[in-house]
Design a protein around this ligand. Structure first.
Ligand code: NAD
Length: 495
């Protein structure tokens, strides 16, 4: 039976679907308790109170989920691509119809402002629509061998059973960005969502089942023992693919485990995005872009601008204007319509942000706005702008994952590129300049998988998303996103 979220925090509006969320494991098309009987609590980041208790999957449940995915695999791979696509298209329709309810659920368990949660639902649903269209485009190739002796026939086949591991910061979109292409390609999956935000993943499972995805094709396994559960699945020879989104630290561990069984991997890892503003930039546009690149999701995004480098002649103006805009943002519970910045997801995250800011201030930075953690309940941190940040500050090297903008001044294009590339990460960078030739030159010189050129938002289901260096391996979205779940098979043919 579905369990209602606790009445104390159940949102006010018409929450017929999101207010009633399944809290068991979803295996083989059934809602089942954990074999151990264990459960874990999900908290409301705005108050720290418990909103639901979810089944805590263990290793035997992980084996059961892989059993279900392996059993469903051959029939799903043989299902016509058009039929697979139509199920994804129906899932897009259902998500779109229930966008308001899903947004409230995301906001409730993740803390993000409703406006961000609504944006996430649209973005997340779009992966189902995009891959519904891509499902029929897994085309192969036919060529004559250079020697003329035979034909080279290349066909694309689903990789097989996939383990998908997702973070808490986009609980819907990080799941659909993997499930969409996997299902379009004919793969079956076990999704292990982040334990801070399992409810949205369980809601996705219900929507996919309602959309006509057969039992066993999508299995969802919330767990507090992520290491054990994922490790167990990676040891199973039936598992042929791991797609992970999360921190670089955990990504490294999983790459080593995947190496044991030579499991195909896609890795979407951490970022440390530079945001460059040249003196010839349109400053109004740069401020708008900065607000999006920094404050989308309250700064809890792998694509968040982490370091602002501003050319000396415009640095003071840019800093004052950004501080003025940041100080006007309304901070409050994510589920309230008027909120622009919700709480961070948990105590660890807010403590990390606080310590990075304290470190920068102790090394001589100045808080133009914000800069200290408020008293009271909930995991809040105020929008903060720091100037005069010392070049060796940890806040410029580590992912902040919060609403803090450290600003550093630079002189000239060479210095800007050197500073931007001075990191082991390479996910995304932002460049603002009025000179298109410079913009393209700098975009090419920056070591990142993505660049926002005079634009503060790059995420788009139709584009290949991913990083270089220690930000990851592989791409999600676009046509490349489908290829991550397909193997090429070459048949040498004579006729
Ligand atoms: P995390 O690495 O702590 O956790 C991610 C997932 O891995 C969660 O489901 C977690 O339960 C699981 N996990 C943790 N330890 C594990 C282990 N030992 N074995 C197997 N699974 C394990 O990351 P997070 O805190 O949930 O998310 C924030 C991070 O995700 C940031 O670094 C952010 O940059 C990154 N991220 C990257 C992208 C991208 O597309 N590149 C997108 C969103 C978030």
């Amino acid at each position: 039976m579905p369990r209602r979220l606790l009445a104390t925090v159940a949102p006010k509006s018409d929450l017929d679907h999101a207010g009633t969320v399944e809290t068991e494991l979803f295996i083989g098309g059934k809602w089942v308790p954990a074999s151990s009987g264990n459960r874990f609590d999900v908290l409301d980041p705005a108050s720290g109170e418990v909103i639901a208790s979810v089944a805590d999957g263990g290793e035997s449940d992980a084996v059961a989920a892989v059993d279900a995915a392996a059993e469903a695999g051959p029939a799903w791979a043989a299902t016509p691509p058009r039929v697979r696509g139509e199920a994804l298209r129906r899932a897009w329709e259902l998500m779109t119809e229930r966008a308001g309810e899903l947004a409230e659920l995301i906001s409730l368990e993740n803390g993000k402002a409703l406006v961000d949660a609504k944006g996430e639902v649209t973005y997340a649903a779009e992966f189902f629509r995009w891959f519904a269209e891509e499902a029929v485009r897994g085309a192969g190739e036919l060529a004559t061998a250079p020697s003329g002796a035979n034909r080279i026939l290349v066909t694309r086949q689903p990789v097989g059973v996939c383990v998908l591991v997702t973070p808490w910061n986009f609980p819907a979109a990080m799941a659909t960005r993997k499930i969409g292409p996997a299902l379009a390609a004919g793969c079956t999956v076990v999704l292990k969502p982040a334990s801070d935000t399992p409810l949205t993943a369980l809601a996705m499972a219900a929507i996919l089942a309602e959309a006509g995805v057969p039992s066993g094709v999508v299995n969802v396994l919330p767990s507090r023992s992520s290491g054990k559960v994922v490790g167990r699945m990676l040891k199973d020879p039936r598992v042929r693919k791991l797609s992970f989104t999360g921190s670089t630290e955990v990504g490294r561990l999983l790459l080593a485990q995947a190496a044991e069984g030579v499991v195909n991997t896609s890795m979407e890892l951490g970022g440390n995005a530079p945001f460059l503003v040249f003196a010839d930039a349109d400053l109004d546009a740069a401020i708008e872009g900065a607000m999006i690149a920094k404050m989308r999701n309250g700064g809890e995004a792998c694509t968040a601008a982490n370091r602002f480098y501003v050319e000396a002649p415009v640095a003071a103006d840019f800093s004052q204007r950004l501080a003025a805009r940041m100080s006007q943002l309304r901070v409050g519970p994510g589920t309230e319509e008027s909120t622009q910045v919700g709480p961070l997801v948990n105590e660890d995250t807010v403590a990390k942000v606080d310590s990075l800011v304290k470190g920068a201030l102790e090394a001589g930075a100045k808080a133009e706005t914000g800069g200290s953690r408020p008293d009271g309940a909930g995991f809040y941190y105020p929008p903060t702008v720091l100037t005069g940040v010392a070049p060796d500050s940890a806040i410029l090297r580590e992912e902040i994952f919060g609403p803090v903008a450290p600003i550093v001044t630079f002189t000239g294009e060479d210095e800007a590129v050197r500073l931007a590339n001075d990191t082991e990460y390479g996910l995304v960078a932002y460049v603002y300049t009025g000179d298109l030739a410079r913009g393209l030159r700098v975009s090419e010189a920056i070591e990142a998988g993505m660049v926002g050129l005079n634009r503060g938002l790059v995420s788009d289901p139709a584009a290949p998303f991913g990083g270089v260096k220690q930000s990851g391996i592989g791409r999600e979205g676009g046509h490349e996103g489908l290829l991550e779940y397909l193997e090429s098979k070459y048949i040498a043919v004579n006729w």
